[in-house]
Ligand binder design. Structure first.
Ligand SMILES: [Zn+2]
Ligand SMILES: [Zn+2]
Length: 175
């Protein structure tokens, strides 16, 4: 996965893992690979590291305002990102890494999500993380839409809410 200037793939992967936590290391590695991440190495604590990261990432989503959101993101950057370096490790072109080489996947995720989230918030807007507006759905999302007005985790939830709002406008038959 190459971090694009807006960190798109990294924040989408973070939201996906936060909404459906990986069931095990195998699942974690598969889903990272599916998302385009080159997995060089794995370690015993990959899953634990990922869970800790996601807990902290969800706090960024739930931050009450941009200053808090920035501070929490800065904490992740400070902890997990090294100096930038150019690499061609996967033979698919030179790109930037913000971490040391040959780290296990759990640790790579930390650096990727930290930098991806920072790029996403700085590039698209500090408001572009949120929780689904449907009552009873607590899934989180990273808003990569053109307009930046995403309110739902999915089109399924958007449709469900549209139907509900439509019904509530219909005259009641009980009267
Ligand atoms: Zn790379
Ligand atoms: Zn939803």
């Amino acid at each position: 996965m190459h971090l694009n200037p807006y960190g798109r793939d990294a924040v989408l992967l973070a939201a996906d893992l936060a909404n459906d936590p990986p069931s095990g290391r195998r699942d974690l590695v598969d889903r990272c690979r599916d998302a385009g991440l080159v997995v060089d190495a794995t370690a015993e604590d990959d899953l634990e590291r990922t869970r800790d990261l996601l807990d902290r990432w969800v706090c960024i989503v739930d931050a009450p305002g941009p200053a808090e959101r920035a501070a929490l993101t800065n904490d992740l950057l400070a902890e997990f990102c090294g100096h930038p370096r150019l690499t061609d490790h996967a033979d698919d072109g030179y790109h930037l890494h913000f971490r040391d080489a040959d780290l296990p996947v759990g640790r790579v995720l930390c650096s990727l999500v930290a930098m991806g989230t920072a790029l996403h918030l700085a590039g698209r807007g500090m408001h572009r993380l949120g929780r689904c507006a449907v009552e009873g759905c607590d899934r989180v999302f990273a808003d990569v839409s053109r307009t930046g007005r995403q309110r739902y985790c999915s089109t399924a939830c958007a449709n469900r809410d549209a139907v509900r709002r439509h019904r509530s406008r219909e005259p009641s038959h009980e009267r």
